[in-house]
Ligand binder design. Structure first.
Ligand code: SF4
Length: 302
């Protein structure tokens, strides 16, 4: 089996020729490329989904304060706020995405899907979609496989790393994976799934990576929430067959082109954007001083 995940067009043709579903083709690819066993791959995905669910629960139930002080139990505050601005489901979606990402910022256990910086998006969206639509774990696992195929193509044609392509590559890719997974789980066809990816990328295009003090906290945590919301809006648009007009492969190419043209200060160097604001710089200095203060005496003397 040659490398399958070079383009969405190629992935679709392959599945049509072989009469395979999208998730089946990803499993087949994993078995072929990594000498994996189908049962083990599925068990591993279920385990990954359990870690995602745990991260949501942990973020909503346990103390979540980061050493820098920038993260301070935000998910719980959103979850428990008496006023829902849209609906209780939307409130839960946002707080779950925040919760799982806060766990990452507080050094807890998450699934880096596709990166730790974007680790709240799939948990927030999938747990919420499962709850609203009564999806089984098996359906969610298939959705995760679809998301994996999407990520493989983005990685091939653009990038999944903030240091290479800006935040569009991290939270944008995670949102695209989630949108595709949601549409798949809700019975959408391949064109609708890929259109959801295209629409999501269009919404996330150009987002820079500018973490304050170089910590994956601000704006990373809130971006996980907004990306989760975009996943749902894209899924809704795609299921109604409203075209993103620009085909998905071209959207990914645009993401790669935008990422390549971004200046390095917008690629995780903490030298541009929010990291370069007065407040961002003051926080960076404070964090640095804190780090020096906790160094052992012998290291300080060197
Ligand atoms: S701002 Fe940078 S570090 Fe933070 S989530 Fe986005 S890509 Fe990752």
């Amino acid at each position: 089996m040659s490398y399958l995940f070079e383009s969405f067009k190629g992935w679709k043709s392959y599945c049509e020729e072989k009469n395979l579903s999208l998730p089946e083709s990803v499993i087949e690819y994993e078995v072929d490329q990594k000498n994996g066993e189908r049962d083990k791959i599925q068990a591993g995905l279920l385990q990954a989904y359990d870690v995602m669910r745990d991260a949501v629960k942990t973020g909503l139930e346990e103390e979540m304060t980061s050493r820098s002080g920038m993260i301070n139990n935000g998910a719980k505050k959103v979850y428990n706020h008496p006023l829902s601005v849209l609906s209780p489901e939307f409130q839960k979606l946002i707080s779950r995405a925040l919760a799982a990402k806060e766990v990452n910022s507080c050094m807890g256990r998450v699934v880096a899907a596709p990166t730790a910086g974007a680790s709240g998006i799939l948990p927030g969206t999938l747990v919420t979609a499962q709850e609203i639509h009564g999806l089984t774990d098996e359906q969610i696992i298939e959705g995760l496989l679809v998301g994996a195929g999407i990520a493989l193509i983005i990685e091939e044609k653009a990038s999944l790393a903030g240091a290479v392509g800006g935040c569009q590559a991290e939270t944008g890719s995670a949102a695209a994976m989630a949108a595709g997974a949601i549409v798949y789980c809700l019975g959408g066809n391949t064109d609708q799934i890929f259109n959801a990816v295209a629409v999501t990328i269009q919404c996330m295009l150009g987002l820079v990576c500018d973490p304050v003090a170089g910590l994956v906290e601000v704006p990373c945590v809130v971006r996980n929430a907004s990306a989760a919301a975009i996943s749902f809006s894209s899924a809704q648009i795609a299921l109604a067959n409203v075209s993103g007009v620009i085909p998905v492969d071209e959207c990914v190419e645009a993401m790669g082109e935008v990422g390549a043209s971004m200046e390095s200060r917008y690629k995780e160097t903490a030298m541009g954007g929010l990291a370069a604001t007065l407040t961002g710089q003051a926080i960076s200095e404070r964090v640095l001083i804190k780090d020096i203060e906790i160094l052992p005496d012998d290291e300080l003397e060197e």
